[in-house]
Design a protein around this ligand. Structure first.
Ligand SMILES: NC(=O)c1ccc[n+]([C@@H]2O[C@H](COP(=O)([O-])OP(=O)(O)OC[C@H]3O[C@@H](n4cnc5c(N)ncnc54)[C@H](OP(=O)(O)O)[C@@H]3O)[C@@H](O)[C@H]2O)c1
Length: 267
């Protein structure tokens, strides 16, 4: 059993052979943390790639996320069992509530308690949340306690730094995972990131990842290319100066990319 590796492999949008190849390449180049979700429709392929990858289960950290249709007590645990069957695993390392219930039609305490029951049953080693506002996180903490919440996964990249939620989450010592850390590729053309990248002789993507890591976030970039998967892992070796961190901090423009119509009222 390992704790969450700082860089994980995202799998949103990747389907069929593309996700099999991405996870297979990822495991080969050294990823030990895979992020999937029920709604990605790829848990079976992720499971297949993990099974053929032959990394010892104890050396792998696998996260899945409960979709909004499965937040009731009646559905949450059966849906997680279905995810485990697809992933060919007895237990995942982390299960997140993917989004708060649309329009708060189900109380946060209801699904957090169901998720805690799933953990007590051994279906998941840790539990956490994703896309939670301060109000939702407050209710989750009231329901199960901050110490039970192993991660809050939220959109964070240089153009959406999400500081209010980050500060609140940190004030409860809840670890943060930055999703969409490359702003779905937008970081690659930013002049400030490119300038810093040139100085370090790395890519803008690597600088964006280093910026996330240096703030203590774990981060889960995705890529369909083995070379990018490999170079993203190397971001762990980059040390940014205070001036470089400040220059990236100044890029915040509240540019939210993941904003479906059922999203909560953001902080
Ligand atoms: N909890 C949530 O609600 C939520 C929402 C969104 C995402 N996520 C998670 O976060 C993960 C990451 O987000 P994302 O996949 O949407 O976007 P992302 O990781 O920010 O960006 C992926 C894009 O960046 C490109 N890229 C990757 N590495 C690169 C490199 N070294 N150089 C240049 N381009 C590079 C990829 O293209 P190539 O394929 O060509 O490399 C792809 O187009 C998801 O896969 C998912 O697991 C969670």
């Amino acid at each position: 059993m390992i704790s969450m590796p700082a860089i994980g492999l995202g799998t949103f949008r990747l389907k069929d052979q593309q996700v099999i190849d991405s996870v297979t390449n990822g495991l080969e180049v050294g990823y030990r943390h895979i992020d999937t979700a029920q709604i990605y429709g790829n848990e079976a392929e992720v499971g297949q790639a993990i099974a053929t990858g032959k990394i010892a289960r104890k050396d792998l950290f696998v996260t899945t996320k409960i979709w909004t249709d499965n937040l009731s007590k009646e559905k949450l645990i059966p849906s997680l069992k279905e995810s485990l069957a697809k992933l060919q695993l007895d237990q995942v390392d982390l299960t997140l509530i993917h989004w708060p219930a649309p329009q708060d039609s189900i109380a946060v305490a209801h699904y957090m308690e169901a998720l805690a029951s799933a953990r007590a049953m051994g279906l998941t080693r840790q539990i956490g949340v994703s896309n939670f506002t301060i109000a939702h996180l407050t209710q989750a903490i009231d329901a199960v306690g901050a110490a039970e919440i192993a991660s809050q996964q939220i959109e964070i990249h240089p153009f959406l730094q999400n500081r209010k939620v980050v500060d609140f989450t940190r004030s409860h010592n809840i670890p943060i995972t930055a999703y969409m850390p490359l702003a779905y590729g937008k970081v690659n053309t930013d002049p400030v990131l490119l300038e810093i990248a040139g100085r370090h002789k790395v890519s803008a993507a690597q600088i964006a990842l280093a910026w996330s890591l240096q703030q203590g976030f774990s981060t889960i970039p995705s890529s369909t290319k083995r070379a990018n998967l490999e170079s993203n892992l190397l971001a762990q070796k980059i040390a940014l100066s205070t001036a470089e961190m400040d220059a990236i901090a100044a890029l915040d423009r509240n540019e939210r990319l993941a904003n479906p119509d059922f999203a909560p009222h953001w902080d």
